[in-house]
Design a protein around this ligand. Structure first.
Ligand code: NAD
Ligand code: GLY
Length: 362
């Protein structure tokens, strides 16, 4: 087991990574002293698989709890679901000292964190991520949010969890497609920050897809450390440092939005975004052609999509204007200077962005 500390001015918290650690949850919560009753937001599948395990640990430590089940889809990141949860939460929160538990993947984590941040101007919450994507990325750093039809994550807050518990044993029930989705964000870390890690992924991606636990344990710990380091330096994305985590996401989010959150899931859209934005990095003379080919090859070998299908160019271009990084008419991208080194670039000519999208459009 490894404890990674995320040190912030107002709220330092622990990211605990290990195998078979979830039964210690109750003990950790007692020490945190954030409340006596857990309002657990999850979906029916995750409750069915892991509900009893969580219940047992909470009961043993004397906590009260209830489960709030939301639909198992990106559509749960909506104002409608937020309003349904809050109505229910108000009833539960009667003479109780409550906190929220996000038990699930990135959808549940973003939604539950958002609810925790706005209910009574903020109540404590913790993250128990159950997908690879959520363990390496979304559970850490306090970005919460929901989608609008017009764009991804357009409503959101920065609101840090009080604890993240990443039990890699919980990943054993994921299927290969779900591991691939997480791998898109894992590859992103190699590209923006750590060339050696990218090389490691080139050599070991099959072990990751086959859920070889020592390798999974290593990548969850490694990515959590990278993310924690970046968030510590720029919690609210004000210094342009945290922005590098957005590599692949300007076009990735546009693809997700254009497909109405059904055509491509987040990881698939990010993989396509990584390709388009690596190509942009190449066309702007930062990235070498041979490195672009390496990136394309890894994404293809992992089995993530390499062509944008059944979406039109105009849908994607329209959606990309909603990116939160853009300032008025000025676009702003996180790109890569080389494998392992990110850079922020502004005012990229539209013709180049169009060329890059068209290169991967079927
Ligand atoms: P998800 O939450 O939809 O989970 C994917 C699927 O896996 C779901 O069907 C879920 O029920 C199932 N599942 C979850 N845990 C399981 C388990 N242990 N065993 C079996 N099945 C399980 O998707 P995701 O890929 O985890 O997250 C994507 C979301 O994360 C997107 O909304 C994206 O915007 C968000 N995100 C947020 C951040 C952030 O910093 N806040 C970063 C990256 C992504
Ligand atoms: N996933 C992007 C961020 O946390 O900043």
């Amino acid at each position: 087991m490894q404890v990674i500390k995320l040190n912030l001015y107002k709220n330092t918290y622990k990211i605990i990574v290990g195998a078979g650690i979830i039964d210690r949850l109750g003990n950790w919560l007692k020490k945190l002293n954030i409340g006596r009753n857990a309002y657990i937001i999850t979906n029916s599948l995750i409750k069915k698989i892991y509900g009893k395990l969580i219940e047992k640990s909470l009961k043993t430590s004397g906590f009260g709890f209830c489960f709030k089940i939301v639909a198992d889809t990106e559509k749960s990141k909506s104002l409608r679901t937020v309003s349904l949860i809050i109505k229910d939460l108000v009833n539960y929160d009667c003479k109780r000292n409550i906190f929220i538990v996000a038990l699930g993947g990135g959808v549940i984590g973003d939604l539950a964190g958002f609810v925790a941040s706005i209910y009574k101007r903020g109540i404590p919450y913790i993250q128990i991520p159950t997908t690879l994507l959520a363990q390496v990325d979304s559970s850490i750093g306090g970005k919460t949010g929901i989608d609008l039809k017009e764009g991804k994550n357009l409503l959101g807050t920065f609101y840090q969890p009080r604890l993240v518990v990443s039990d890699i044993d919980l990943l054993k029930t994921l299927n290969k497609e779900q591991i691939k989705i997480g791998l898109a964000e894992v590859i992103k870390y190699g590209l923006i920050k750590d060339k050696k890690f990218f090389v490691y992924l080139e050599k070991n991606f099959e072990d990751i897809l086959n859920l070889h636990l020592p390798v999974i344990d290593y990548i969850v710990r490694h990515c959590s450390k990278i993310k924690a380091e970046i968030v510590e330096k720029d919690e609210r994305e004000e210094k342009g440092l945290r922005t590098i985590l957005n590599f692949g996401h300007t076009i990735g989010h546009a693809i997700e939005t254009a497909g109405e959150y059904k055509r491509y899931n987040h990881g698939q859209a990010v993989a396509l975004g990584l390709l388009v934005e690596s190509y942009l990095s190449y066309r702007l003379n930062y990235l070498k052609k041979t490195d672009l080919i390496r990136i394309e090859t890894l994404i293809k070998r992992v089995g993530l999509p390499t062509r944008i299908e059944r979406l039109s160019f105009s849908q994607i271009i329209k959606a990309h204007y909603k990116d939160k990084k853009f300032k008025g008419f000025r676009n702003r991208f996180a790109l890569i200077q080389e494998i392992g080194k990110a850079r922020i670039v502004e005012d990229i000519p539209l013709r180049l962005i169009s060329e890059a999208i068209k290169k991967y459009l079927s």
